[in-house]
Write a protein that binds this ligand. Structure first.
Ligand SMILES: CNC(=O)[C@@H](NC(=O)[C@H](CC(C)C)CN(O)C=O)C(C)(C)C
Ligand SMILES: [Zn+2]
Ligand SMILES: [Zn+2]
Length: 163
């Protein structure tokens, strides 16, 4: 989901920090680290944005794997259903990205592909809304086959219209 009613529409800086909090046990930590970094680089390559990993609590974007009730107004729902959500740009919870750890997270075609889902969520964390174009990364339903060419032209146009 993108909770657009909560935050502003864009960050007012081009260098953003992110921190990974709670991990999933479905993947090795450094696999999660590299998939998250790759998902950010999808957007960095298509725009003027730069992402820097931080280990301090005041990072712009907090990335976490959580289940069910987890401290915001949007509890997860167990396996399948909602896979993840991210908050629009802004202070505090703004930009924060949560993955439902009741899913089975993978780096491949089985389960839920973390790179594909993270790239979608980070689009929201940067201020993008959903697209009605099934080819867009910001289409509201998950499709594992997408993992090849992540961004559509529309996604590149939209991120550059924002930054
Ligand atoms: C398999 N389950 C789905 O396809 C579900 N879709 C999602 O969980 C979206 C994330 C995908 C697109 C990575 C939620 N979203 O928009 C977050 O920003 C449902 C369509 C069932 C809601
Ligand atoms: Zn979404
Ligand atoms: Zn959440």
């Amino acid at each position: 989901e993108e909770y657009s009613h909560l935050q502003g529409t864009r960050w007012n800086k081009n260098i953003l920090t992110y921190r990974i909090g709670r991990y999933t046990r479905d993947l090795l930590r450094n696999t999660v680290d590299s998939l998250v970094e790759s998902a950010f680089s999808v957007w960095a390559r298509a725009s003027s944005l730069t992402f820097v990993r931080s280990h301090t609590r005041n990072a712009d974007i907090m990335v976490e794997f959580v289940t069910y009730e987890h401290g915001d107004l949007y509890p997860f729902d167990g396996p399948r259903g909602s896979l993840a959500h991210a908050f629009k740009p802004g202070p505090g919870v703004g930009g924060d990205t949560h993955f439902d750890d009741a899913e089975y997270w993978t780096a491949g075609e089985t389960g839920m592909n973390l790179l594909v889902v993270a790239a979608h969520e980070f689009g929201h964390a940067l201020g993008l809304k959903h697209s009605r174009n099934p080819d867009s990364l910001m289409y509201p339903t998950y499709r594992s086959s997408r993992s090849a060419n992540l961004l559509s032209i529309e996604d590149v146009v939209n991120i550059n219209a924002l930054y």
